[in-house]
Design a protein around this ligand. Sequence first.
Ligand code: AKG
Ligand code: FE2
Length: 815
Amino acid sequence: MALWQFFVFSIDKTNPTTYFCNPSFREKAIEQRPTATSKPAPAPSPTIDREPSNESGPSRPSTAQPGTTHSTTTTAATDPFRSNTTFLVPPPHHPPMALPNPPPSGSRTRRGKYSLLSRRAVCAILFASIGPGTGTLAASATASCEATTAAAAAADYERACLLDPLSLFRASAGSSSSGSPTPCLERESFGAFVLVGAGGAAAGDDSDDNNEADAGDSPAASGPACTNLDGDEECEAMAAPVVRAPGNPLPTHQCLMNPSYMLERCARSCYSCFALGGDDGTEPGAECGQQQEQEQEQQHETRVSIGVGQVLPEASSVRGTEVLEDWEEELSRRGLPSFERAWALLTEEFYSVATTTAGYMAGTVFANNHDGSDGDNDDGNHEFDDDDDSFAAFAASLHGYGPARRSCRNYDPLCTFRVAMARVLDGLGDENKDEDGGPFQNSYCSGEPRAAQLCGPACGACHELVLTGSELQTYEDCLTNETLDAFVESKEDDENDEDQDEENPPQPYNNVSNGRTIDDLFRRVLGELPYGDGEDRSGLTYTPTVLSRPSIDVHKHSNRPLSEVLSNGNGDGPPVLLGGPWIVVLDGFLTDEECDALIQQGDSIGREQSTIEDDLEDEEEEQEENGDSESEPEPEWRTSTTAWCQESCVDDPVVQRIQRKIGLTTGVLDEDYYENLQVLRYVPGQYYNEHHDEEGDQHDEKFLPDGPRVLTFFLYLNDVEDGGETRFTDVLGDGTGVYVDVKPKKGRSLLWPSMLSGDLLAYDVRTFHAALEVRKGTKHAANAWLHLRDYRNCPCAYDDLEELKEKLLDDVMVK
Ligand SMILES: O=C(O)CCC(=O)C(=O)O
Ligand SMILES: [Fe+2]
């Protein structure tokens, strides 16, 4: 019997979820994100449970509709690709969006040199880059958009794309009702991935999951050619947009949701034939429909991560905020006629930067390393020589390019936006203008000290993250089992010692994923994938409810029909939000006895004010400003109380049992990867405002040996009379404020990731959350945080690491 059948797929009648759009909630907190809870001193513990990864090719999605509670209205109006059956060639007054010219060959300008993909490839990139879960499209009438009022005829789709790739995005939500297309987007959000073609090995999909390029990684591999055929009779149905639950604007359009199968197999219905053509300008030839199943299995989409989805906010939402203040000031200093005009320019620039970024990541950052090397160069001079074939080859040849490449991401959703703002400014005055500077030459990238680290892709600056010589050594040593002090000493010894200790190479510092993705973890929890052998899970029972799950390859490897995957219980549970992060509730996870024991532990340890450093600092500052330095600062961001389960609490048999249940569920039994349980209490009036569990605005926890928190395993220990819901404040990660609420319930647990499934060093912007105010009763709960690497035996002392981190960020990473 399949494992999932052990679980009871029944549904709690007290529906744990609500979906709703509430931008006002978000407004309250968005500009002021605190760092999350500080860590307690770690304590030791052993054993490990690891499982092999499970990879295979794309699989066919299904036309099955979600359960009965869902609205399944088919509407062309919400779908950017199918809303217009007629695409028009852009009108003559709107020239095709020109891709910037590369700098002259042989230029020594390191920033700004890049390899350009052909338009055909860029079309493919853009087609997929407005990925699922990253954006809700809205019509607008900005000046720049008006110029592209048309889209091309379906038959001419490829041509339209080649003429103006961005026309693909310019279909409107309102076109069918109004009869006239309003083709532009007021708010655009580009996905976190770019697709560089189909077929061949995936450049970003290294089989050993070490985040390094593997031998055989190939850039923008040409896929099979195609003559506009669908290879599956259900293509059209599968490609049709479906609006899911009321209030949930996310279309479940399989071309976007399941691109690995759909873009290739249903190229006609997905309008993706161009994406399958060769990148050499040759005309498509063979028929998609005749692809062999086996070949299909071997095909991978070629996906490359560029970081978090990039957002072009609405002018109204950023006006008057810090983001725009400097810009507006500078604009008026340079005498720009109107804000509206500047905004129109900015919109154009945004598209252009996004396009360039996609080309740069696919064509340069991930394009090389065909030999599978990490790019240690021999001469170590890290200079870009005139006789190098390409900048990409140069960058890839740098010693330490592997770590740079794996950490080069847009960590801030506003990277593209900031660069676009800088380009508008730069275009207005002569000050920063550099005709030969190339597309990445702008005042943000050259003026912001952490631009390369925060917005490497948007700044075309991934190579600047290359660690050189001893700095690389520092970084790598810290990720092996040496202490910082030992390293510093050994570094001094080593300075005159050229010989490496070949017999005793440093042991790699284990990564919790060990080849598994977050998707794997959640799918095991749901019984869609088996756990490895060896652990007895018989004592573990729960009733899972999926509130949100990613949609790409949702059906991959599944032993359940899609209709079941998409509904909770028999369809009478809450709808599954498809295309969001994983958010899964497990009811009956803890017994009453376990819940009570944990509350009791909290009582006996004693609770203290829950802390967020920034919260208290802000408060102190405010008090100082008000001339009040006497009273204790009262935190405002997080008002609950906390007891850390340490020492005797850790050894308590019930706590041990809870920890083991958590381990059996995640598949990570080794306690060292978890922080100690953080036991929480909220009395009426207490809450925790919007925050993210991964620490720090800069998302630089990846530089620490324990790495980021990858998963929150949250435990509700009692029923709460009124309030206290956990709210995921913007599950689409695009600022629309589409939210998911989870009610506290005794014994219930709630799981969500902080990092992206395919890239555990990239922060998932969709899992910001808050604890709503408790209105009546007391809320008892607990956090168990799972880290990427061993948390409890950090090879370097935490404080020392702060120092190291600063050094890495300020002195080393940004040159
Ligand atoms: O209390 C809750 O519902 C959530 C708490 C939380 O997010 C946290 O402690 O980090
Ligand atoms: Fe949290």
